[in-house]
Design a protein around this ligand. Structure first.
Ligand code: PHE
Length: 366
């Protein structure tokens, strides 16, 4: 009877560990949210428990909006009682939401926000991806050394911290290689780019780099081709969703973009297992964002198990003590500032798919 009572009591007090997942599930960049969510769910299926307790995922939509990005974090913490958050995708959303996470003392781990400011001066916000000084440098090295490009028109989305930052980091490194640049501005949601493209043509650009996200990258490529541009198209990780090709069609063939992972790059044993499991579950190849979402979940679980209890402050510290973690996207070390140092992958659009082009290591961009 006593044993039975103990069992019943322990069953009743047996908790769940709640993890918030804040993503753009609707709105302008909803393709990104869907991709990350696939990776997080696969990871959760592989590791549904930590410290002997069930992990419950609470998905909250930020609607691809900055204000909602902050509200979603508040809601996850105050209403749902999550002990940690995976998110967000866009740097501007991680900046808005990260402010709230920091104030409330709950760790937020971004799979993919690459702007340096996302973690700067914060204790609770970390990421599992590289940052844009490196991504911009890799783009510049690829353009100048591998493509031989001399003049780049950079299309900057002035509403996105990611785009503004990546542009400047690209320019710094590209000028060192003797290249010339012209910045040309647009805003998230713009549909019509002929004025900007005319400027790029007048500049004599041999490449157009769009540092924003896939909806506008696809439209710029289409309209630039229509207006007679015949040079290269370049982009950063913001290009990396199948919707780029669905919207851009023929116009994005040959476009090069930097990203975090490609299933053919097979960097670690875990990458191979991840690709196999992903194909089994979803009947398609995994995207970079799925791999990053998978890694974010696994690193959070590792941090929680190291702490031995679901204490938000200790989890935040433990995330920054992760060294040489074998992830799907590579070997991940998170430094004391919450950033990861990893190699950059370059993909090219070929026959409507993303083909692996090359890898750029941190020491190549110096
Ligand atoms: N790096 C982008 C940002 O910071 C987000 C992103 C990452 C989008 C990877 C697609 C793929 O805003």
């Amino acid at each position: 009877v006593v044993a039975l009572l103990v069992l019943i009591i322990s069953l009743l007090t047996f908790g769940v560990i709640k993890i918030g997942v804040v993503l753009p599930m609707t709105g302008g960049i909803s393709a990104f949210g869907e991709l990350v969510w696939e990776g997080v769910q696969l990871a959760h299926e592989e590791m549904p428990k930590v410290l002997g307790e069930d992990v419950t995922l609470v998905l909250v939509d930020n609607r691809s909006e900055k204000i909602e990005a902050a509200n979603a974090v508040s809601r996850a913490i105050d209403k749902e009682g999550v002990v940690a958050i995976i998110g967000q995708v866009a740097s501007s959303h991680s900046l808005a939401g990260g402010q709230i996470a920091e104030t409330k003392g709950v760790p937020m781990l971004s799979p993919s926000s690459t702007n340096p400011l996302v973690t700067q001066g914060k204790k609770f916000v970390s990421r599992v991806c590289f940052i844009d000084p490196f991504q911009g440098g890799a783009l510049a090295v690829f353009a100048s050394d591998l493509l031989g490009v001399k003049k780049v028109a950079v299309f900057v989305d002035i509403e996105q911290d990611y785009s503004v930052g990546l542009t400047n980091f690209f320019i710094d490194r590209f000028k060192k290689s003797g290249g010339q640049v012209k910045k040309i501005y647009y805003k998230t949601g713009d549909q019509e780019f002929s004025a900007q493209i005319t400027q790029a043509l007048a500049f004599g650009a041999d490449a157009i780099l769009v540092t924003g996200y896939y909806p506008e990258i696809a439209l710029v490529a289409q309209q630039a081709k229509m207006l007679g541009f015949t040079g290269y198209f370049l982009a950063g990780d913001g290009a990396d969703a199948p919707e780029l090709v669905q919207i851009g069609g023929e116009a994005v063939e040959g476009l090069f973009f930097t990203t975090h992972f490609h299933p053919d790059a097979n960097v670690t044993e875990r990458s191979k297992r991840f690709v196999n499991e992903f194909v089994r579950k979803y009947k398609k190849k995994p995207s970079a964002l799925a791999a990053l979402g998978y890694d974010a979940y696994m690193i959070l679980m590792e941090a929680i198990s190291r702490v031995g209890k679901a204490d938000p402050k200790l989890i935040a510290e433990a995330v920054r003590s992760i060294k040489n973690f074998e992830g799907a996207t590579g070997i991940i070390t998170i430094d004391e500032n919450g950033n990861a140092l990893k190699s950059v992958i370059v993909d090219v659009v070929k026959n409507g798919e993303f083909a692996f082009q090359t890898v750029i290591q941190p020491d190549q961009i110096l």
